[in-house]
Design a binder for this molecule. Structure first.
Ligand code: ATP
Ligand code: MG
Length: 299
């Protein structure tokens, strides 16, 4: 796994203004991977990812057995940044029983009849589980901030008129994440930071390769036109909600193997920080095991 120092450099510092131009989407220079040739780097990255996934599987088993904590992983990104691929790869080694993925698209009419946190609160991970949100309530301070018309007619006038509207949403999010933390859910948030140039390459690939055509949607190009607005919405949101209890990580996303290795490392480290051990049975339960063994052996 990548070293703790390497992994920490991606964490947003609470209280410090986020500036995305200070974060290189094409970063790939971990000491652990400082081999000379491209081929060697790829080979050691593959090995490192495999090893990290094994470590993550072990950590998840403890989380499941211990059954006191849960982990919520939030993935946010521009289109084609690799959310789906990262989720697929990072979770490929873990026990599916201990893991739940939810994707949040445009809210339905019914969902819009509730507060913006409602549809997410219904599916928070149970104890012992890893819950993954592919997009999340952060859309309500990202896409909705870029397109305020999406607020539509669903909110009371009072809420819309407030000057403090976005700050209030950040406050609500922080309060909910604090509530989750206090009750045993660890929240980790990942912004997959793809460059505008790399997004273009990936869109072109989706257009060029028939097996990738289905991934392309014309709406993605429309959103690309708002790139700068999205970047500033992300900066504002991560500055306001990058807390000690629910940190944001800005993950370089121009190289897929970097994204996957870094995310897997951060999740593994986070579970390990809980210092979980396999639950041990109390002495009276151990006696029952001995009785059961004797009974089976006498059959
Ligand atoms: P992919 O394109 O890789 O399949 P995706 O997450 O982009 O995955 P889409 O169905 O393309 O999925 O898009 C979902 C859309 O829903 C995104 O454009 C997102 O901004 C939008 N969305 C999510 N939550 C909200 C929300 N609360 N309000 C408005 N739009 C939202
Ligand atoms: Mg999409």
């Amino acid at each position: 796994m990548l070293g703790e120092k390497t992994l920490e450099r991606f964490r947003v510092t609470p209280g410090k203004r986020v500036r995305l131009k200070d974060h290189d989407p094409a970063w790939a220079a971990a000491d652990e991977l400082a081999d000379s040739s491209h081929k060697e780097i790829k080979a050691s990255a593959k090995k490192l990812l495999k090893q990290t996934l094994e470590e993550l599987a072990e950590a998840q088993e403890l989380l499941y057995a211990d059954n006191h904590h849960s982990i919520l992983l939030i993935f946010q990104a521009m289109d084609a940044a690799g959310k789906d691929g990262t989720i697929k790869h990072v979770m490929s080694g873990v026990n599916p029983q201990g893991c739940q993925v939810f994707s949040f698209k445009q809210p339905s009419v019914m969902e819009l009849d509730h507060t913006f946190l409602w549809r997410h609160q219904r599916v928070m991970p149970e104890r012992g589980r890893i819950g993954i949100f592919n997009r999340s309530y952060y859309e309500d301070v990202l896409v909705v901030k870029v397109h305020p018309e999406l607020l539509g007619r669903h909110l009371p006038e009072r809420a819309k008129d407030q000057k403090q509207f976005w700050q209030d949403r950040y406050d609500d999010i922080n309060a909910m994440e604090r509530h989750l933390d206090r009750n045993g859910t660890m929240v980790l948030k990942f912004f997959l930071n793809v460059s505008k140039h790399e997004q273009k390459q990936r869109f072109l690939e989706r257009l060029d390769r028939p097996e990738k055509n289905w991934k392309f949607s014309a709406g993605d190009l429309a959103e690309r036109k708002h790139w700068d607005d999205y970047m500033s919405a992300y900066e504002d949101a991560m500055t306001a909600t990058g807390t000690k209890t629910a940190p944001w990580y800005i993950i370089p996303a121009d190289h897929k193997w970097v994204t996957r290795t870094v995310v897997a490392g951060i999740v593994t480290n986070a579970i390990r920080s809980l210092k979980l051990t396999m639950p041990a049975l109390p002495p009276e339960e151990l006696v029952k095991l001995a009785v059961a063994r004797a009974e089976l052996e006498q059959e």
